[in-house]
Write a new protein. Structure first.
Length: 223
């Protein structure tokens, strides 16, 4: 899969190998966004997605540091990534087009919670997700450092809808039987202290400009 910023990927990988540390001075975090790029061997200029041009945000998931690009969701309070069942072996471009594949069972940090219905039924997502807790790592151009969290709520989706994974900015806890799990954003504030508040600033980007601009996501946004 093509990485849009190899330096960013290398920095995030180094943080992943170093392990998760607690932030001592919470500060706003601007997550790295993908640029608009050409999918290999396809005769068209394309960003990710099948219903328009979407600029995504990059993360490393699990102990294997699976590199994924996901779309920002202001409704969701979970992290969804496309699982191994989301692409067939005979589809060579599927993994790249869907933002990368996350294989939770290959991560030594994966703590499975079973199959549960995806949490955005009102948007038509009626499939199940392979839910569990795992590590997540990313890179912030603002501070020029990588950061990570452990035991983050996420789901591997093995269907074609949604087509891309999602990073939720909501703070609604997830309820799985008798287990209640806080959202990734809540963990970033309360558990790990990476950011000082639940506020955020987000622009989806504009591919149609003469100079296309990618998305930008800043957590704990300060005016």
């Amino acid at each position: 899969m093509r990485l849009t910023n190899s330096a960013t990927a290398a920095s995030a990988a180094a943080i992943a190998l170093a392990g998760v540390v607690r932030a001592l001075d919470p500060a706003p975090v601007a997550l790295q966004a993908s640029d608009w790029f050409v999918l290999p061997l396809l005769p068209r200029l394309a960003s990710l997605g099948i219903d328009g041009n979407w600029s995504t945000v990059s993360f490393l998931l699990g102990s294997k540091s699976d590199f994924v690009n996901v779309v920002v969701s202001t409704s969701l309070s979970e992290f969804w990534a496309v699982g191994p069942g989301g692409c067939l072996e005979k589809e060579p471009h599927c993994a790249t087009a869907r933002g990368g594949i996350y294989s939770p069972t290959k991560s030594k940090h994966w703590s499975p919670m079973g199959l549960w219905q995806l949490g955005l039924q009102y948007l038509g997502y009626k499939a199940n997700g392979e839910y569990g807790l795992d590590t997540i790592n990313a890179y912030s151009p603002i501070t020029d450092i990588g950061f990570g969290m452990s035991n983050v709520l996420m789901a591997a989706i093995n269907t074609t809808s949604p087509y891309l994974g999602l990073i939720g900015l909501g703070i609604e806890p997830g309820r799985f039987g008798n287990m209640v799990v806080e959202s990734p954003l809540t963990q970033a504030v309360k558990t790990f202290g990476w950011i000082p508040s639940y506020s955020y600033g987000f622009t989806a980007g504009a591919h149609y400009r003469m100079r296309p601009s990618p998305a930008r996501l800043e957590l704990a946004f300060r005016c």
